[in-house]
Ligand binder design. Structure first.
Ligand code: AMP
Ligand code: MG
Length: 311
């Protein structure tokens, strides 16, 4: 599915942006307004090229910003309920969990996803972790050590703001370890993710892509507005200067680590409203896919009802 989508470059190319005209008249929208499922249309398949990826496009969505915001709000109730079922299952001996992995350059909007998408569910059921430069203690261990310790427990929605992928992104771009070390990590990461998937974690990997121009606009805003200074880090400009090498490193992770159990989804992130809508739909699809029920009572309901009535 993704194979043909991406090799034809149908939804992602600069030519097709978000134009309403590109939607074939036969196409039937889903009840929530999507022309095509983001889980399918954003999924990375062989032949996908980030150079051809239009970061201002809105694949699968042709109804604009206002409708997108309303739709996102409408997902809240369903997301909440499913997350509560997952939590209940974890409390009742279940082993399943969900892990949302967010990757993207500075200003791509990872924080906005946490606030506006993950923020729709009960924070008690969320385990959020962000990964910066490793501490001395972390550096003394294998790079996956800190990741393993941060994995969501059964019943939880784990969110990684950056992840083990930094160990083949910034580490590769800045030669923080020799090439023969980082080049072996793609296979190691695939094996690691296969292991955690087999243990019951549904992995949703999201790579958010802003354009170079949009990143400049967002960094400019951080310098223009005192209420945004806290988000600015002079190092962001150093990373920006390495843009081509980062694109190469991102292409490599998409080529080598988009697997059946843990596929990558690529999100055009110049429109924040689109990125938030798309990621919320990915999360919803993943939770729906778990077919979550409510745990059965492990007590005699009638007996307890009687005791309560008599109390
Ligand atoms: P931020 O997410 O904006 O707070 O920035 C965190 C910074 O830590 C980013 O520049 C990351 O690239 C960097 N970082 C994250 N993981 C690693 C790692 N494994 N090695 C080196 N730097 C990292
Ligand atoms: Mg930053």
């Amino acid at each position: 599915m993704s194979k043909s989508k991406h090799s034809k470059k149908s939804k992602h190319t600069k030519k097709s942006t978000s134009s309403k005209k590109t939607t074939s008249p036969k196409k039937v929208k889903s009840p929530d307004g999507w022309d095509a499922s983001p889980t399918e249309v954003l999924r990375v398949g062989p032949g996908f090229s980030i150079d051809d990826f239009d970061r201002a496009s809105t694949p699968g969505w042709s109804d604009g910003k206002k409708k997108a915001e309303d739709t996102l709000a409408s997902y809240g109730k369903r997301l909440s309920e499913l997350q509560e079922r997952l939590f209940a299952e974890g409390r009742s001996g279940g082993s399943r969990s969900v892990l949302l992995v967010l990757q993207g350059m500075d200003t791509a909007g990872k924080g906005g996803i946490v606030r506006h998408v993950v923020g729709l569910v009960d924070p008690q059921g969320v385990q959020h972790r962000s990964f910066g430069a490793p501490t001395e203690e972390e550096l003394a261990q294998n790079y996956l050590w800190r990741i393993r310790r941060a994995l969501p427990e059964p019943g939880y929605l784990g969110v990684f703001d950056r992840s083990h992928y930094e160990d083949v992104l910034i580490v590769r771009v800045h030669d923080l370890v020799p090439e023969d070390v980082w080049s072996g990590r793609y296979d190691e990461i695939n094996a690691f993710e296969a292991e955690i998937a087999a243990a019951g974690t549904t992995i949703i990997k999201v790579a958010m892509f802003v354009s170079l121009d949009e990143q400049k606009a967002r960094l400019t805003e951080r310098l223009d507005r005192p209420d945004k200074y806290w988000k600015f880090n002079p190092g962001d400009i150093d990373e920006r200067l390495e843009w081509p090498r980062y694109q190469e490193a991102y292409q490599a992770i998409l080529d080598k680590t988009s697997t059946e159990v843990a596929p990558w989804h690529v999100i055009p992130a110049d429109h924040k409203w689109y990125a938030r809508l798309a990621v919320s739909r990915l999360l919803l699809d993943a939770l729906e896919g778990l077919d979550l029920g409510w745990p059965a009572a492990d007590f005699d309901v009638e007996h307890e009802r009687l005791r309560l009535a008599e109390s």
